[in-house]
Design a protein around this ligand. Structure first.
Ligand code: ADP
Ligand code: MG
Length: 265
């Protein structure tokens, strides 16, 4: 099977050359575990290869994401300029809604208006005429933010769109999103924070083709905090279930060779 390189060579070696094309993979982990950086590697490498990429950012601004990527030598700016990469600022619409509710602002930014239009969210005047009703963005609305012809998608962080849904709603919506993106052959990495992942009873794993878990743990022998990756699931791929240590270096994520470890603690 052809693969979509992850942008992390040491990870590609572990999963048969990269992510399964046209499928969805879930990356979960606590804050600071490295999820966003995994996504940035995929976006940068795919852009370099001339693939059309979309990054849906629900918790960080494009400026912050570009700055973080640049720290690892991955310049994303030129790909935004030439249209290969589109960053959808879902953070903006969330922050805007809160700020309007608190009467800190009363208008909409252009970014918000674009998103509201793209997602066909209702933006009707409230009866009291002091503002707008805005539908909340939904997991399914992600589909509307992914234009035809998109090759690679990163949703960072899906968890934000899962709050308030019960388990069945979440499962149904996430399955539907996955199915539509599969049909359209969009290779997708869903980043999901551990809080939302646990709240939805880790059910997201069932919908996707693959699952990658990141965590930081204390090494009981040295007392030092270390980063680990575990890959419990990758369909059609021979994988090792061992934990692997990884580092975040000046050039980004690097899995340590031959450093499979037993689960500490
Ligand atoms: N240049 C760097 N060198 C080493 N570590 C870094 C560098 N940049 C960021 N990090 C580490 O990466 C972590 C953030 O990773 P990130 O992917 O944003 O986490 P997550 O998305 O899982 O919350 C930071 O907490 C920091 O420890
Ligand atoms: Mg993140």
């Amino acid at each position: 099977m052809n693969r979509v390189p992850t942008g992390i060579e040491s990870l590609d070696k572990k999963i048969g050359g990269g992510y399964p094309p046209g499928k969805g993979v879930l990356i979960t982990g606590a804050p600071g575990a490295g999820k966003t950086i995994f996504g940035l590697h995929l976006m940068h490498y795919s852009c370099v290869q001339g693939k059309r990429c979309v990054l849906i950012a629900t918790e960080e601004s494009p400026e912050d994401l570009l700055e973080q990527a640049a720290m690892f030598g991955m310049e994303l700016g030129p790909f935004i300029e030439n249209g290969m990469l589109s960053i959808k600022q879902v953070l903006e619409i969330r922050a805007g809604a809160v700020a309007r509710a608190a009467h800190l602002i009363d208008g909409f930014s252009n970014t918000e208006i674009d998103l509201i239009d793209e997602c066909h969210l209702d933006r009707s005047f409230r009866h009291d005429k002091i503002g707008f009703n805005i539908d909340e963005m939904d997991i399914i609305d992600i589909i509307k933010l992914v234009p035809d012809g998109t090759d690679v998608l990163v949703v960072d962080n899906l968890g934000v769109l899962a709050f308030g849904l019960d388990i069945k709603q979440f499962r149904d919506k996430f399955d539907t999103l996955n199915r539509v993106l599969n049909e359209r052959m969009v290779t997708t990495v869903y980043v999901m924070d551990d809080a939302a992942y646990q709240l939805t009873h880790q059910i997201a794993d069932y919908s996707t083709h693959g699952a990658i878990k990141l965590f930081v743990k204390e090494n009981p022998y040295t007392g030092k905090m270390e980063r680990y990756i575990s890959i419990p699931k990758m369909r059609s791929t021979k994988i090792s279930l061992d934990l692997t240590l990884f580092d975040i270096t000046d050039s980004g994520i690097q899995l340590q060779k031959g450093k499979n470890v037993e689960i500490p603690g």
